[in-house]
Design a protein. Structure first.
Length: 360
């Protein structure tokens, strides 16, 4: 009897150990997916389009995009080369500050025959003239990416129209305070402006210059087509399961051949929208240096992070300098330099605080 009990106890211990191993594996693989999924669910974009659910590298399935365009390439005729002497004017978060946008374009000596404007999202809301900003940008045939404020505006407008259609009245009851504010801005826009915003990509590529343009950021080690659109529009930092950050610094420095960023990491960091993790720009620079051949490394220009202000690193440039809060509106004048190279100059104009301009 004593021998039988001992054997049962031994099997029990083995079973518990195996169960703990399984649970630990599930934790490492499923928690990032749950974090991403919870944020996607909040924005109503989980699901599979047309029965196709390609996997992301840090989530169960890529969220349903609907009419959202994940990536796009800049038209070739706008790309600066050493021969055409063209310029790109890359502008940070405008937030409805149309007067300052005009001042910035004047400072840049904008020339429509030679220059092309790219804005890094958050063109609307907060400031007094979202409609004027979009009118100006569309008249210049500017390129832009979809920021979190454009995304929220389009979602709020869709929900509002759905409620109004079902109740046959102007229905805003139940909207959160911040959505009521952005809905107010949405109602000032023309139909063609809403359509223009809806068609903007989340990621814009200027391949000949090895440049990416986004609003929030990119997760290193994840190809563009597998990036989470919510994360690209909202991320500020990254978090890692357990001691993954330490392990990543000890990983192999083997370089990759593919032109695109490769999925060389065994564990992909989870993007979050606050400052509690590692800055994604730090991880991006580390990844470019350690895993991508020098001629294939990508620089990312982004907005979104007004708390950090204008920020330069080796392979990232942040342009949100808090214009709507009384900071500056920032732009980069980008020119070509050799094969796949570029240079840029920074320009800025001061901004008035948006809330003090209600009468304008």
């Amino acid at each position: 009897m004593a021998r039988a009990i001992s054997r049962c106890q031994w099997f029990g211990i083995v079973a518990i150990v195996c169960l703990n191993i399984v649970l630990w594996i599930l934790f490492l693989t499923e928690v990032p997916a749950l974090v991403t999924a919870s944020k996607e669910a909040k924005h109503g974009r989980l699901g599979c389009a047309n029965g196709q659910c390609p996997f992301t590298s840090y989530g169960k399935h890529r969220p349903k995009l609907g009419h959202l365009t994940l990536t796009a390439s800049m038209p070739e005729q706008y790309i600066p080369t050493v021969h055409n002497n063209r310029r790109l004017l890359v502008i940070g978060d405008i937030h409805g500050m149309n007067t300052e946008l005009g001042n910035l374009l004047n400072l840049a000596e904008y020339n429509p025959s030679n220059d092309h404007v790219i804005t890094l999202g958050d063109m609307v809301n907060k400031g007094p003239d979202s409609r004027g900003v979009l009118s100006r940008l569309m008249s210049m045939n500017a390129s832009a990416v979809r920021g979190n404020h454009e995304d929220r505006l389009l979602i709020a407008l869709k929900e509002y129209r759905g409620r109004a259609a079902s109740t046959h009245k102007d229905e805003v009851v139940g909207f959160r305070k911040r959505d009521k504010k952005i809905l107010k801005a949405a109602k000032t826009l023309l139909p063609e402006q809403v359509t223009w915003l809806s068609n903007l990509p989340v990621i814009l590529k200027a391949a000949p210059l090895n440049l990416y343009f986004v609003h929030g950021g990119l997760v290193p080690g994840v190809k563009l087509e597998k990036q989470d659109p919510w994360a690209v529009m909202n991320m500020r930092t990254l978090i890692y399961p357990q001691d993954e950050l330490k392990r990543r610094t000890e990983t192999s420095n083997a370089e990759l051949d593919d032109d695109d960023v490769e999925e060389a990491q065994k564990v992909i960091p989870v993007p979050i929208d606050d400052h509690s993790g590692e800055r994604w720009t730090k991880a991006w620079n580390r990844y470019q240096k350690s895993h991508v051949k020098e001629g294939h490394r990508r620089t990312v220009m982004y907005g979104h992070d007004a708390k950090m202000g204008f920020t330069e690193t080796r392979y990232t440039v942040g342009l949100d300098s808090g214009c709507a809060a009384g900071g500056d509106l920032t732009a980069l004048i980008v020119k070509a330099k050799g094969r796949k190279g570029f240079t840029y100059d920074k320009i800025q104009v001061p901004c008035k605080v948006a809330r003090k301009r209600k009468g304008t």
